[in-house]
Design a protein around this ligand. Structure first.
Ligand SMILES: C[S@@+](CC[C@H](N)C(=O)[O-])C[C@H]1O[C@@H](n2cnc3c(N)ncnc32)[C@H](O)[C@@H]1O
Length: 334
């Protein structure tokens, strides 16, 4: 079986040095989709002028922001610095969003450190001109924990609005069939059963999402090298609930390009950015590959296979084709 992943880009400076020359955007540059739908900018989301140039009065109806969480994956800042930094990109988001728009923010809570930055972020949002709407939890399949604590399996998603955007409630239904019977209620003098009363045969997602598979290397949508990729299914749910066809969707932290790909699949337009030219390149290549082949990611391959055809992480051994892979005999007892 082909198995040619990239190592995690945040912890592999050598690999980053090899990939950078293959990235078409330098800091400050913008990629324009030849099909005229999307834009990708290589910029810092706290640079108001650069963001205004990227967005260019396009009135986004929805922003889906997934900033670094101040946890292990990124260079850690003090919580004060992190919150100051967050305040800046939130204000910029507000300035460029349409009059009636929705904002979703993914954020983590460090249970070993006062649940930062989520708790602090929620408080800062109280001073911002967004109205709080929902606090959603998505359940991961893999967790982290010890034998002495509850296993941590949650990802938090905050939903805010500016003005009064629409909410498409149909998008709230999952694929999970309704099976709860025997819950009767009188409606207009008629006793009805739970299933008769519902608008759908499936259950609503509500604000706890348990039906979304976390991305891992065996999934088609996997983008190896990316360490913080969100599943397309959750992005699609947000896009369906809080935007219409042809709307513009904003994402300041593109990473693997999940928001842009969901926008393409659902006939929306996406304006996205990342401070890292490698993430910008991956985002663009993911869209290009989808348009060419319908594939959603690279599973056991990676976006730079043409330039770096074979790489075995542990040994650093380079291969040109699979037949030259060193043979590894699995043994039962090590
Ligand atoms: C948690 S990841 C986003 C994951 C993304 N939603 C996905 O599904 O692939 C955060 C991204 O923010 C980028 N980033 C960090 N600081 C930034 C900044 N100041 N401006 C723009 N992007 C930044 C990082 O390079 C990283 O790719």
């Amino acid at each position: 079986m082909k198995n040619n992943p990239l190592p995690r880009l945040d912890t592999s400076p050598e690999m980053r040095d090899r990939l950078l020359p293959h990235c078409r955007l330098k800091p400050g540059q913008v990629w324009q989709d030849p099909d005229g739908k999307h834009r990708v900018g290589c910029l810092d989301s706290t640079d108001a002028k650069a963001v205004a140039g990227l967005v260019g009065g396009s009135d986004p109806a929805l922003a889906i922001q997934d900033p670094p969480y101040n946890l292990v994956a990124f260079e850690r800042r003090s919580i004060e610095e992190y919150i100051d930094w967050s305040r800046r990109w939130i204000q910029i988001t507000h300035a460029v969003l349409a009059k009636n728009a929705s904002l979703y923010v993914w954020l983590g809570a460090d249970q070993n450190d006062g649940f930062q930055p989520l708790a602090d972020f929620m408080i800062v949002m109280r001073e911002q001109p967004f109205a709080p709407r929902s606090f959603i939890t998505m359940r991961n399949q893999r967790g982290y924990g010890t034998q002495k604590n509850w296993m941590a399996v949650r990802q938090e998603l905050l939903y805010y609005t500016k003005g009064s955007p629409e909410f498409n409630v149909e998008a709230e239904y999952t694929d999970i069939p309704k099976i709860l019977r025997g819950y009767y209620k009188e409606v207009n003098g008629v006793v009805t059963e739970n299933l008769e009363r519902g608008k759908s045969d499936t259950i609503r997602a509500g604000n706890v999402w348990v039906d979304i598979q976390q991305v891992f290397y065996r999934m088609e949508e996997n983008v190896s090298g990316c360490y913080a990729q969100k599943p397309l299914k959750c992005i699609e749910r947000i896009v369906r609930a809080s935007s219409q066809k042809n709307d513009v969707i904003l994402d300041f932290f593109a990473h693997s390009g999940s928001t842009l790909l969901a926008a393409e699949i659902l006939d929306r337009r996406c304006i996205t950015a990342d401070v890292d030219p490698i993430c910008c390149e991956i985002t663009i290549r993911r869209l290009e590959q989808y348009r060419r082949s319908g594939r959603l990611g690279w599973q056991n391959g990676h976006p730079f296979e043409k330039e770096i055809p074979g790489f075995v992480e542990d040994s650093g051994y380079e291969i040109q084709d699979e037949s030259r892979l060193p043979s590894v005999q699995p043994t039962l007892f090590g």
